[in-house]
Ligand binder design. Structure first.
Ligand code: TIU
Length: 223
């Protein structure tokens, strides 16, 4: 895995440098993906996100077997909520909001069951987890420092949701000089319309934010 390989992608092939590439799995947390979690409580159809679990699981196991770097993120807040802006807490005018007790513990609070990553994709002890208070994985985290220290220049990004935390992270990564490849079967939105639009926005204008491909194209190279 020392040489580069071309991954079929849109708008054109992505030159993959495995040693300089991290798999960044965004917010595959119980609160977003499981029945009874925060997402479901807001009336969202979690099945739209759950279809990404199996492709992510296959990709993750192949990625691990190749000895490449994987980083997981979780959206959530300190238990005292001092990193939660009031604007974010009250947005949506919901009866139960971030920090309140929900069906899987306090919603999006670190250490609570709903905040944790789903068992299917649970990080190994040697894999970094970035706990992020915002939608983007770079905002108020040490992700950029970690990637720079490990000489990472490319990100393969998966996770949820496509138009929210995945998109925000892709945009942040672009402005910091990373090439991003997003895998369409491994990212999901509660809203199919946003899934399509979100992916189109990344690859439009000859790849304004990056590339879009499918996990099968990555597996074809790693497998
Ligand atoms: N991880 C992530 O995308 N957080 C969200 O709040 N997403 C929604 O789509 N609500």
């Amino acid at each position: 895995m020392d040489n580069s390989a071309m991954i079929e992608a849109e708008p054109y092939s992505f030159e993959f440098f495995p040693k300089q590439c991290a798999l960044l799995i965004i917010d595959m947390q119980r609160d977003f993906l499981e029945d009874g979690g925060f997402g479901a409580m807001l009336g969202n159809d979690v099945a739209q996100l759950r279809r990404t679990i199996e492709p992510n699981r296959t990709l993750l196991s192949t990625w691990r077997a190749a000895g490449l770097l994987v980083i997981h993120t979780r959206e959530g807040h300190r238990s005292d909520l001092r990193d939660l802006p009031l604007t974010k807490k009250i947005r949506g005018q919901n009866r139960i909001c971030i920090g309140d007790v929900g069906p899987m513990g306090r919603i999006l609070v670190r250490g609570e069951p709903g905040h944790d990553i789903i068992p299917e994709l649970y990080p190994l002890p040697n894999e970094s987890i970035i706990d992020k208070p915002g939608k983007g994985a770079f905002y108020a985290t040490d992700l950029h420092v970690i990637l720079q220290n490990l000489n990472i220049k490319q990100l393969i990004i998966t996770g949820v949701t496509t138009e929210v935390c995945v998109h925000t992270t892709v945009r942040e990564a672009n402005d910091r000089g990373y090439d991003c490849l997003v895998l369409e079967d491994c990212v999901g939105s509660y809203c199919p319309e946003f899934q399509t639009a979100g992916l189109n926005m990344i690859k439009a204008q000859k790849g304004i934010f990056g590339w879009v491909s499918h996990s099968a194209k990555v597996l074809a190279i790693l497998g």
